[in-house]
Design a protein around this ligand. Structure first.
Ligand code: AMP
Length: 281
């Protein structure tokens, strides 16, 4: 496994590989877990060479404490990736290798996808995501890039980004990997206490309850049910719960036939922010 810290050297290495090899790409912010590894495995199945980037992107954080406390475990990340069978190239840059001059984001119009849910609650987040993913796509020039449904809104936005930037990259969505108690795997889970980790089972349990009742209950009834579940559990603060159209990500007012719906949730356990989602039909 080769590790590059400079884009110049990564581009050099890739340009000689590119002639014959299909290149897969998995962008990450590190503190890797089985969810990330499942993306890399999928990419290895479908490509000859997989680039994994590990970079905590400052421009997608709207909260400086969250950026500061974001877990960074490069040694562990590298040993996890070394255990995989297949050709993996790691890109582990410093901020200055990706942001020359000012550390700022481009303004994107993702056709409204950026104004829903995460976009409402994390101002500028998707400009930061678009900026870094566009930079990385132009460096790696992959045939296919792999993103988790854990960040479903991000997945939809990256598909739109590839169209806007006219990049011929296949964007592949991958299923959410969960802990035994149902909690969606996340680098931020490392910041939970043992008790919070255990109790955070409420998030997926509630999403499953919504899925079970989706055919019979109204959307307003389901919103009230989720609010109630979290009121009963003062260790978690519900930031938002929304049932939205999968394509437009707009809040669903009623259950139109022929549309696909998904429930989305963001919850705080103290200052640790957890998100999750589930398909409903
Ligand atoms: P992150 O390091 O959090 O930016 O995540 C890097 C990629 O891994 C993103 O495409 C995420 O959606 C994906 N990912 C994170 N957690 C999971 C999970 N539990 N299951 C599947 N994919 C995940």
């Amino acid at each position: 496994m080769v590790i590059h810290t400079q884009k110049k050297l990564l581009v050099q290495a890739l340009s000689s590989a590119k002639k014959n090899d299909k290149i897969g790409f998995v962008p990450t912010m590190g503190a890797l877990h089985k969810g990330h590894i499942s993306l890399v495995k999928k990419a290895l199945e479908e490509n000859d060479l997989v680039v994994v980037s590990i970079f905590v992107n400052p421009t997608q954080f709207n909260n400086s404490a969250d950026l500061q406390k974001y877990p960074r475990t490069p040694e562990d990340d590298i040993s996890l990736l070394k255990n995989l069978n297949g050709k993996v190239m790691v890109y582990l840059p410093e901020i200055s290798d990706l942001y020359e001059g000012s550390v700022s984001a481009k303004n994107y119009n993702f056709g409204g996808l950026e104004n829903e849910m995460e976009g409402k609650h994390r101002k500028g987040h998707f400009d930061g995501v678009g900026t870094i993913v566009n930079k990385l796509f132009r460096i790696v020039k992959p045939d296919a890039a792999y993103f988790g449904e854990k960040d479903f809104q991000q997945l939809q936005i990256v598909k739109k980004l590839a169209t806007i930037e006219k990049l011929p990259i296949r964007i592949v969505g991958c299923p959410i990997l969960r802990e035994n108690n149902g909690l969606a795997m996340s680098s931020r889970n490392k910041r939970l206490s043992a008790k919070q980790f255990e109790e955070s089972a409420i998030i997926y349990k509630t999403l499953k309850e919504v899925r079970e009742k989706f055919n019979t209950a109204s959307i307003a009834g389901l919103n009230a049910l989720v609010a109630e579940r979290f009121l009963q559990n003062p260790n978690f603060k519900l930031e938002y719960f929304e049932i939205a159209n999968e394509k437009t990500l707009k809040t669903a007012k009623r259950k139109n036939k022929g549309s696909k719906f998904r429930a989305f949730i963001a919850v705080f356990a103290d200052e640790v922010r957890l998100i999750d989602n589930i398909p409903l039909n």
